[in-house]
Write a protein that binds this ligand. Structure first.
Ligand SMILES: [Zn+2]
Length: 146
């Protein structure tokens, strides 16, 4: 192993790091966001009834709102959370029917996602159909279905 080989390798490494630093700096200068954490992994790791997880779920949703019916369709993000749309047009009816089925015991409670439960106070149709609220209640520390 000669000194020349060693220094060639270290020069290559130094160059690679310099390139990476330059790319990062360029991204920052351009105002690009830093890469998002893997939210899919967060979802599978979540535990029920955990306040911290709940906050994460809501802020994840607010950062990248998706239709609350559970179809996963992406929504246009609104700066004003009060005016943020919760559903793709017409999909509130899907959630209504899911909620009715959960109440009748035709679907498991898990048919309604945790995020949807957390956001239930924002769902307009629950004011006109209060009998459906029961499908959105959060049972602390219990996953038992009656
Ligand atoms: Zn939907």
């Amino acid at each position: 192993m000669s000194d020349a080989t060693k220094s060639a390798r270290s020069i290559a490494l130094t160059k690679a790091w310099a390139r990476r630093r330059a790319e990062t700096a360029a991204a920052k200068a351009a105002g690009l966001p830093t890469p998002e954490p893997n939210t899919k992994r967060n979802k599978s790791a979540r535990s029920k009834g955990n306040a911290e997880t709940t906050e994460n779920e809501i802020s994840n949703w607010e950062a990248r709102p998706t239709c609350l019916c559970g179809c996963g369709g992406e929504l246009v993000r609104h700066k004003n959370p009060i005016r943020q749309k919760l559903f793709i047009v017409g999909h509130d009816a899907r959630l209504k029917s899911t909620a009715a089925k959960v109440i009748r015991g035709e679907l498991p409670r898990t048919a309604i996602s945790n995020t949807t439960r957390e956001l239930r106070n924002r769902i307009g149709f629950l004011r006109t159909r209060p009998e459906l609220i029961a499908a959105f209640e959060i049972k602390q520390g219990s996953t038992q279905v009656k």
